[in-house]
Each structure stands twice: as C-alpha cells, then as structure tokens.
Design a protein. Structure first.
Ligand SMILES: CC(C)(COP(=O)(O)OP(=O)(O)OC[C@H]1O[C@@H](n2cnc3c(N)ncnc32)[C@H](O)[C@@H]1OP(=O)(O)O)[C@@H](O)C(=O)NCCC(=O)NCCS
Length: 170
C-alpha cells in the first residue's frame, strides 16, 4: 500500500463568526466550533484514506481563547498518524487580526476517524510518514493518545497500554 505524508491530507477552512454562531455572551459557541472542526477533520481523513470516514472519537479539544463575533477563524487539519483503519487528525484553529491580518492560535483539537465502506465495514488505510519536526513529534505522541482513548472507551485494558505505562514510569 502506498505510503503517504501528513501534507497530503492538509485541509483548511475559513469561517466568519456570525450571530448564529455565538453564545449568550457574544463569543463563538463551542458547539459551532466543534461542528467546523469535525467537518474539516473529516476532509483531511478522507484525503489521507481516499475512503468514506466516520468520527470514532473526539480525543481532546482545548478552548484556549474566547473568539469574538465577527472574527475570521481559520481551521487547518492534518492526519498525524494512521494505524489500521483509524487515523488521528489534529486541527489547529487560528484567529485573524482584522487590522493586521496576523494569525494567532485559539484552539487545538484531536479527533480519531475510521475508514469505512458503504456498508460500514472498516478497512485498512495507508501508512503515513512524518517529515517535519512537528509532524514527527505528533506522530510519536499519537500512539500514547490512541492508547489513552482506547482505555477510556473500555477497548483496551490499562495494563496493555504500554506507551502510557512508559510515560508514567509504571
Ligand atoms: C467507529 C466504528 C466504525 C468502529 O467500529 P468497530 O466495529 O468497533 O470497529 P473496530 O473495533 O475494528 O475499530 C475500528 C478502529 O477504530 C478504532 N477505535 C474505535 N473506537 C476508538 C476510540 N474511542 N478511540 C480511538 N480509536 C478507536 C479501533 O482501535 C480501530 O482502529 P485500528 O483499525 O486502527 O486498529 C463504529 O463504532 C461506528 O461506526 N461508530 C459510529 C461512528 C459515527 O456515527 N460517527 C459520527 C458521525 S460521522
């Protein structure tokens, strides 16, 4: 099976925070942001796998900075690691300064997608080879995150989570 790189899956989307996307204090509603994240992450997973994909888990979302009504928000998603049928996708979210155009990071999310066929059966996706230092770091850490997600979901016994045990010196 052909090896692919994280760059092959890169997917970006730019949104403007409209009144319908805000909460009661006039900031971007977390649920709207999650929908944008899930959508662009699915595109990245599709670009990597060339198949239909479903969201298997939302592993982590950090809401670091409140985002104002009218803000321009850019989401950039990339597959960080592929396993069997599953892929980890990291989504970096930036806000653009309306005067200077400078982009600052506002959120990061990590999701797991699974490649499926039209009947919902899972199938193997191509491996991924990281290239940049950041991609290599994310690739290595993805195995720990996968084990944590599987333990939390009750799909892996804690004592089988070798990467987590090594991390905590157990
Ligand atoms: C995700 C789904 C396809 C998994 O199906 P399954 O029959 O349990 O299949 P498997 O046990 O073979 O798991 C498939 C892969 O998902 C991974 N996976 C499943 N749950 C996971 C979780 N919580 N965290 C991380 N990985 C997970 C498994 O480890 C496996 O990965 P691998 O093939 O890389 O080793 C199935 O649960 C599903 O269809 N869920 C609903 C998805 C959905 O509706 N999403 C929202 C709308 S898109």
């Amino acid at each position: 099976m052909e090896k692919r790189h994280p760059q092959d899956s890169i997917s970006t989307s730019t949104k403007v925070v409209l009144p319908n996307d805000t909460n009661t204090i006039g900031k971007l509603f977390g649920g709207s942001l999650l929908a944008w994240i899930d959508e662009i992450a699915a595109v990245a997973a599709h670009r990597h796998s060339g198949s239909l994909v479903v969201t298997a888990a939302i592993n982590n979302v950090s809401f670091t900075k409140p985002v104002d009504l009218g803000a321009i928000v850019t989401l950039s998603a990339k597959v960080s690691r592929a396993f069997g049928s599953s892929m980890e996708v990291i989504i970096d979210v930036f806000i653009e300064d309306l005067v200077t155009g400078e982009k600052t990071s506002s959120n990061q999310a990590i999701l797991t997608f699974v490649a499926v066929d039209r009947n919902g059966a899972t199938y193997k996706v191509p491996e991924i080879t990281p290239e940049t230092d950041e991609e290599k770091e994310r690739y290595v850490a993805a195995l720990r995150r996968r084990q944590l997600s599987l333990v939390i979901a009750g799909r892996m016994k804690p004592d089988e989570a070798t990467e987590l045990k090594a991390l905590f010196g157990m």
